[in-house]
Write a protein that binds this ligand. Structure first.
Ligand code: C2E
Ligand code: MG
Ligand code: MG
Ligand code: MG
Length: 281
């Protein structure tokens, strides 16, 4: 119960805080039942070669429609699942279900690789490597078809030697490790060699700003990534102008609404989406 104070703004502020905290607690509780309740669904978004002639991969993006709250964005519920630890169970579900759908689609060859986002807690929780190997074997998918996306938080963690061991083991199996949201976190280009990273995904904020500074950051990342033998992917590509600029810079692959929103199922071909082009630009 918010206490009445002489300053009205304090009252409103504490009410907001309470509402926000209550929603977080509710989300945390509902997440525990979400798998059993069948409230999760997977969406997939293609990653297109910069030449635009093939699909490099499909990224798995989790969707949640709760019976009380309705659709909740992963930007809201993933951090809560990480806090409560539920992400370990949810992550195992996503891994198995994404591989199941990928295998069942019969499109594995033409749909490129399958990318899955991993949270830091999944990496530092014992058993990830065995879990990944078992899921690949269960669905008869080669390790070379799998991409695991990690964030720059892997560099900031006091468990970085454990993280390195886990990622190196997965990479030796043939799995690609991509560094997601590159440029927003703590890592610097000079630390890339510390982890077995096979590609950088430039964060969409740099792609969408489009000013001289953002462009310089993308250009610099491409030059240095090349020295390390690392590929570069740009996310959040919404307009033809953005795509053309990224192609000119030498980015290897593009992902964004220009080609497709995240949707159920896998695509065999992608075409530039004229509606997005109009809407965005
Ligand atoms: P992310 O991995 O960086 O995924 C990219 C996000 O950008 C997705 O948001 C995607 O829908 C959105 N996006 C793609 N193209 C465009 C574009 O052209 N314009 C704009 N404005 N946005 C675009 P989404 O699906 O809401 O997911 C948000 C974040 O939640 C993901 O960011 C990822 O960090 C996390 N996430 C989603 N699914 C999972 C999962 O299964 N496990 C874990 N650990 N995290 C997940
Ligand atoms: Mg991602
Ligand atoms: Mg990303
Ligand atoms: Mg992101």
């Amino acid at each position: 119960q918010a206490k009445r104070t002489r300053r009205g703004s304090t009252l409103i502020y504490s009410d907001d805080m309470k509402g926000e905290q209550e929603r977080r607690l509710m989300i945390g509780q509902f997440l525990k039942q979400a798998i059993k309740a069948g409230e999760f669904a997977l969406a997939f978004q293609p990653v297109v070669a910069a030449s635009l002639d093939s699909i490099d991969a499909h990224e798995t993006l989790l969707r949640w429609n709760n019976r009380v709250l309705g659709p909740v964005s992963p930007d809201e519920f993933i951090p809560i699942a990480e806090e409560t630890g539920e992400i370990v169970t949810i992550g195992a579900y996503v891994l198995d279900e994404a591989l199941r759908q990928y295998a069942a689609s019969g499109l594995a060859a033409r749909a490129g690789k399958l990318a899955i986002n991993l949270s830091l807690l999944q990496i530092v929780t014992p058993g990830l490597t065995e879990q990944v190997r078992a899921a690949l074997a269960r669905h008869r998918i080669s390790a070379h078809k799998l991409v695991l996306e990690v964030t720059e938080s892997i560099f900031d963690d006091r468990n970085s030697s454990l993280i390195n061991t886990v990622l190196t083991g997965l990479h030796k199996d043939g799995i690609e490790i991509h560094l997601d949201d590159f440029g927003t976190g703590y890592s610097s280009l000079s630390r890339l060699h510390e982890m077995p990273i096979t590609a950088l995904k430039i964060d969409k904020s740099f792609v969408q700003k489009g000013d001289a500074q953002a462009t310089a950051i993308i250009e610099g990342s491409v030059l240095i990534a090349r020295q390390f033998g690392i590929r570069v992917i740009a996310e959040g590509v919404e307009t033809l102008e953005q795509a053309q600029s990224l192609q000119a810079i030498g980015v290897d692959a593009l992902q964004g609404y220009l080609f497709s929103r995240p949707v159920p199922g896998f695509q065999e071909t992608v075409t530039v989406n004229p509606q997005e082009q109009l809407a965005a630009g």
